[in-house]
Design a protein around this ligand. Structure first.
Ligand code: PGA
Length: 253
């Protein structure tokens, strides 16, 4: 049985003061929720204070990116060991905004994934097609090659704890969610690729989140699909009540 995993990606929002306030409010709202793994991804500068406030709670902390080198002359970058020591348990890698605005490729995703796993950080690897790619009918190929490329340096015996986030780019921040059937089609395809890449047992353990305009009102229907194991939430995670609604709607039925 895969435990649903709901993560909030705060992107470039919230000062450290605001982030601590939001984290505390969320902690209070979801303290009694069972059966769902919960994480929030504040900006890197907020990881230390937020992680401190979430100690001994059921809300984990994720980073939004990680560099692949462990140290040295790389001004502005953060290593996996630094993020881990700061309080992060997970790191989001290869988000479409990083691919679009910061030149992220499947190769750099693979390097970041390797560095994170080496530092004992768990990874959320994001994949998803653009609207032209969906309209071309080739979206499964696009998603499949992002998946295989991004996981190029992962061994089968460390794969069960991977988290994949399927986020169609046309659904991110647009208010236009993939229908549960559209999402399930791609999630099932991803699961099949994971069987080929690793093995059936490992693929059955890997959580595949859906991301793209998830709200309290559409979460339960998405989560009811057999291969949707949680959500990666942007906009609706910036307000404690709306994120808590999604978390509650993701509890196993
Ligand atoms: P959204 O963002 O929920 O605001 O669409 C999702 C994401 O980018 O992870």
């Amino acid at each position: 049985m895969r435990v649903p995993f709901v993560a909030g990606n705060w992107k470039l929002n919230k000062t450290p003061t605001e982030a601590v306030e939001l984290a505390l409010e969320l902690r209070r709202l979801v303290s009694s929720v069972r059966g769902v793994e919960i994480a929030i991804a504040p900006t890197a500068v907020c990881i230390v204070p937020v992680a401190k406030k979430l100690e001994e709670s059921n809300v984990k902390v994720a980073a939004q990116n990680v560099f692949w080198e462990s140290g040295g002359a790389y001004t502005g970058e953060l290593s996996a060991a630094m993020l881990k020591d700061a309080g992060a348990e997970y790191v989001i890698i290869g988000h479409s905004e990083r691919r679009t605005y910061f030149g992220e490729t499947d190769e750099t995703v693979a390097k970041r994934v390797r560095a994170a796993l080496d530092a004992d950080l768990k990874v959320i690897v994001c994949i998803g097609e653009t609207l032209p790619q969906r309209d071309s009918g080739k979206f499964l190929d696009v998603v499949g090659s992002q998946l295989i490329g991004g996981l190029a340096k992962v061994a089968a015996d460390e794969a069960a704890e991977l988290v994949i986030a399927y986020e169609p780019v046309w659904a991110i921040g647009t208010g236009r969610t993939a229908s549960p059937e559209q999402a399930q089609e791609v999630h099932a395809y991803i699961r099949g690729k994971l069987v080929e890449r690793f093995d059936a047992q490992t693929a059955a353990a890997i959580r595949i989140q859906y991301g793209g305009s998830v709200k309290g009102s559409n979460a339960a229907e998405l989560m009811s699909q057999p291969d949707i194991d949680g959500a990666l939430v942007g906009g609706a995670s910036l307000e404690a009540n709306s994120f808590a609604d999604i978390i509650r709607a993701s509890r196993p039925q």
